[in-house]
Write a protein that binds this ligand. Sequence first.
Ligand code: NAD
Length: 329
Amino acid sequence: MNLKGKAAVVCGGGGFIGGYLVKSLLANGVNVIRSVDVKPLDQWYQVTPGVENVVADLKDKDSCYRAADGAEVVFQLAADMGGMGFIESNKALCMLSVLINTHMLLAARDSGVERFFYSSSACVYNGEKQKDACVIPLKEADAYPALPEDGYGWEKLFSERMCRHFEEDFGMQCRVARYHNVYGPFGTWTGGREKAPAAICRKVLEAKLSGRHEIEIWGDGHQTRSFMYIDDCTKGTLAIMESEIHEPLNLGSNQLVTINQLVDIVENIAGVKLKRRYKVDAPKGVNGRNSDNTRILEHLGWEPSIRLRDGLEKTYEWIQKEMLTLAHV
Ligand code: NAD
């Protein structure tokens, strides 16, 4: 499918990835008719003029039908989510996103939407395969037998399968990306839902600005992850949506780092060296997780292009500006 000229709706457009996606779709000639999010407009990370920006709760079925009206393609990114600190202690809230996915799929089917994109997550992968920090990169097949992250991961896996069965039973074309840790400016950096890259940038900045040169790290710092910069994520999302790949695809970086190495990079950007305190009983997720990009590279020629340090520099600078603006309000 060529997305150019298609009437698109972005659900979760007030969020981090959704905000960028609206802009990226427009830049690629897609006719974004609507962006929908439950947050009040002044809390959206990016509001794009020329698009109908709608505040609505997509757990509600009627709101979904209004959202899908006139759309040829739907990008479904709305979800109640956050970093490990949030998802480990809000499992029911995370699972309630199933209402958004169920109602949006029904609305898309009944409104004659041609194609539906669903943003799944690396949290669908079997926990048994992520016990070691020196993890073998996760292949798409590693989601089964199912033992995903409790709450959030189960909901994502269930909704992936719902997409699959809407395609098999109703002919609703669905494309699914399994995002692995996306980061960048204009995302959550404080308040409890932030993920590791933004949280570490904020903590390093707090230490630097306060002169108290120490940092609290969740876990022992040896846990490993990969982090994908937002521009790579939006490019991959468009490629997956345009593709003829019907099964979920990994969309993530395969540059594995420990949390300690992530802190090293941010300290280096900030020009400080901090005393590290490890909070080993804090939520830290699995010991190791990396993305195997064999399939997406082979089928779509996509691979991450932005180096972790470069992306973190941009993220750090944006969070610094946000913190300084808040301090002067
Ligand atoms: P985000 O929290 O910034 O964006 C999600 C948006 O959905 C928020 O703005 C939120 O207000 C909105 N939303 C929540 N409930 C809603 C409702 N009932 N009705 C309408 N809108 C609602 O998160 P993000 O990082 O932009 O993530 C986007 C999608 O990608 C999510 O589905 C998330 O699960 C998935 N994902 C993200 C990552 C990541 O690293 N950021 C990793 C894996 C998967």
